[in-house]
Every structure is written in C-alpha cells, then in structure tokens.
Design a binder for this molecule. Structure first.
Ligand code: GH3
Ligand code: MG
Length: 393
C-alpha cells in the first residue's frame, strides 16, 4: 500500500482558504491565520497561542484534533498518561487531508509503536498540541496552508518539551534539494509521497528508538547531576556545591554591600556516639541532625555536608542576629530529638555551632569560613551544645 497518492494540495474555496481559521488569543480579540502570514506574524501568533494554552483555556475555534480512541477534542487532549521513554509513546500527525490522516493512522497503528496518535489538520493546531502535551515523534506534511512544515520546524525546535523530538516530513514534491534543506534545518527525515507504508513505519520505529535512547540518557545525566550535588546520606548539598554557593554569595555580598552569614555546625563527641552505639546509629543521628536543619531552612538558604559530621549553612541576605536565632533553634531541636538506628535503638546527640558574618576585612570566602570555624572551636571549648558568634571575645 502507498500513502498520499491522492491530490496532495490543500483544497481552496473561492476567496477563502479552507485552512483560515480563528483562534481566541486574548479573550477579546479574534485573530485570523491565513496562507499569507509572514514569519514574524506567525511567531507572534505562536506566543499568543502559547499564552492561551498556558491559561488552560479549552475553548478552541481551530481544527479539531483526534485522539487514538477516535474522540474529537478541541486542541490538545488531556494531560499525557504516557511519558517519553515509556511504553506508551505519542505521535503527532499533522496533515491537512483527513483522508491522508486516516491512511497514515491505518498504516501506523498495527505496528503498535505509539500508544496515542494525535491528529492535527494544520501547523497551528499541531503547535497547540505540543504546547500542551508530551509528544515523542511528529509526522508532518511539509505542504500545509499558513504555517507550513518549513516554518513550523524552527518553532518546534524552540519549544522546550518538543525540541528534541524527531520530526519526520512527508512531501508531495520530489525535490532532493528541498529535502536536503529540511534535513539541514533539523528535520529527522523527509519522505516523498506516495510513500511505502512499510518504509515509513520502519523509519518511525528508528526515530522513536533514538528518541527513547536520548530520553534515557537525559534522565541518567540528570540523576548524575543530582548525585554530584546532593550528599547521599544526609540529603544535604555536597561540600563542592556549598563551596560554590559561598563563592558566589561572597561576590554578591561584596558587590551590593549586602549581609552574608554562615553557620558551621558539628556534632559533639560524635566519635564516642559511634563507639557506644555503632556506626549505623551514628549515621541515623547525622541524618536526623540534617533533617531538622533542612526543615527550618528557607529556599534561598543552602546547607552542605562540609566534612564528616560538620555542616556548613550559607544564609545570604542574613544579618548575624537572624542567623543566631536559626542556629539556636537548630541546636535546641537537636538536643531534644531522639534518633532511631536501623535496629530501633534510640539515641540523642548535641550540636555546637559557630556563626560568622562577612565583614570588611575578610578578603575571601575562606576567611569567612575560618571565622565560623573559630567560633565553633570556642563553642566546643566552652562546653559544647552551644552557639557562639564570631568576633572579638
Ligand atoms: P567534638 O565534640 O570535638 O566534635 O568531638 P567528635 O568526636 O565529634 O570529633 P572528632 O573529629 O574527634 O570525630 C568525628 C567523628 O565523626 C569521627 C568519625 O568517625 C565520625 N564520622 C564522620 N563522618 C561520619 C559518618 O558519615 N557517619 C558516622 N557514623 N560517623 C562519622
Ligand atoms: Mg564533632
């Protein structure tokens, strides 16, 4: 079977393009999209369209899209149950001809590559779908009225959710140079109509497989990124991360003459805790101390595991008085808490904290950390389980 043997060009009624349609873009005004739109106008319209989708409006005066279950819905469907890389991939099928769409659907569905095939009858309707739904592969007719394939492609490539999805074009023109231009512009494939459906399905299978590999890689990279910035035992940031944050906040505080305060917390006699209760119990206590702190921090505060049982907290835009309140609350909560080790035995620990604020003499983030360390040392030598502020004694 071959697809696309019928007249490939869009039908036109006298004076009106059948593909001119109207979209409510602002709630007040009606915008018309037609074949004569220039790219700037299309991009502006795309922005308005995105606004409309983001506002979650379901009213759509444009062409309907069709779900795999055959139900016509305005614009995009419900939020996706499928996710890239999962078994249920979504194909977006954009073609002005209902007959073509039906032929393509009939050719593709038996291969069971996609859990959902969403249809759109022109570029703007297709765009509406990708702005609102996760799409894994786009199969698009190059010759579309208004927003045709060559104009749609760069817009798709700019949309965060779809930028990496393969876009396969079908064209009625046997023009190798045009195909090459589309491939150069970022198309994944361009097939000339009439196309052999077996070849089309085989190509879609390859593109879907590549997309899944790409998605898997992205997820793994994100996981690796998270692992390199979050300490596995405590959920605090890593030393390297908190060091980087401190360097940035140091520069910011210097530039804008804004306050910057840090806390250095250290569990008291932790070696003894390990010796008395075992290392796993020590781990549980360390996790608990971190969790009490994290519970109290604002989004803008950053806490990292600085050494074994040393925790550094960077409080940007904080004066020493506010930081002292936070430190005292943390210390008191740790003193009251009891932590359960994996065997269920309960133990308590105490915490000493040094607090230091950036002053004019400090030339580097290290000197600020040094001041907090000195205050912590004072807390330890003054009996532990206490908060000490840096500065002249
Ligand atoms: P101080 O009150 O002076 O801080 O005494 P301390 O015993 O806490 O200090 P010291 O530096 O002598 O010992 C720190 C101990 O913390 C040694 C090490 O076994 C323990 N420690 C460091 N990291 C971990 C960890 O991830 N888990 C456990 N269970 N113990 C740790
Ligand atoms: Mg200690």
């Amino acid at each position: 079977m071959r697809i696309g043997a019928e007249n490939p060009e869009p039908r036109r009624a006298a004076g009106v393009s059948p593909y001119d349609h109207k979209v409510i873009a602002s709630g007040q005004s009606l915008l018309c999209f037609g074949c004569d739109s220039d790219e700037a106008r299309l991009l502006r319209q795309t922005g308005l369209l995105r606004l409309e989708v983001l506002r979650g409006r379901s009213r759509c005066r444009g062409p309907l899209t069709k779900t795999a279950r055959g139900a016509d819905v305005p614009g995009a469907g419900a939020p996706p149950a499928d996710r890239p890389g999962g078994a249920l991939a979504t194909l977006l099928l954009i073609d002005h001809s209902e007959t073509h769409r039906a032929q393509l659907r009939a050719a593709i569905e038996p291969a069971e590559l996609f859990g959902d095939i969403v249809e759109a009858s022109d570029g703007l309707a297709g765009l509406r779908v990708v702005l609102d739904k996760s799409v894994d592969v786009v199969l698009c007719r190059l010759e579309l009225a208004g927003l045709d394939g060559s104009k749609l492609l760069p817009i798709l490539r700019e949309q965060p959710g779809i930028s990496a999805a393969p876009v396969v074009f079908l064209t009625s023109q046997d023009d190798a140079e045009r195909r090459a231009r589309m491939l150069d512009a970022g198309a994944s494939d361009v097939l000339t109509l009439p196309a052999h459906f077996g070849e089309l399905v085989a190509r879609l299978r390859i593109h879907l497989r590549l997309k899944r590999l790409q998605d898997d890689l992205r997820v793994k990279n994100e996981t690796l990124g998270r692992l390199s910035t979050v300490d596995a035992l405590t959920g605090l940031r890593t030393r390297r991360y908190v060091d980087d944050v401190l360097s940035i906040e140091f520069l910011r505080a210097r530039r804008y003459a804004s306050p910057l305060t840090i806390l250095m917390g250290d569990i008291d006699h932790f070696k003894q805790v390990n010796d008395d209760y075992g290392h796993l119990a020590g781990d549980a206590a360390l996790r608990g101390v971190a969790s009490i702190l994290l519970h109290d921090l604002r989004n803008t505060d950053v806490a990292g595991r600085y050494g074994g049982e040393e925790i550094l907290v960077v409080l940007a835009q904080n004066e020493i008085s506010g930081a002292r309140v936070l430190a005292e609350r943390w210390r008191a909560a740790v003193e009251e808490a009891r932590f359960a080790d994996p065997a269920g035995q309960m133990l308590g620990v105490t915490l000493s904290i040094g607090v230091a604020s950036l002053d004019a003499e400090m030339a580097s983030p290290e000197s600020l950390v040094g001041a907090a360390d000195a205050a912590l040392y004072r807390a330890k030598s003054s009996g532990r389980n206490r908060v000490e502020l840096a500065g002249p004694v």
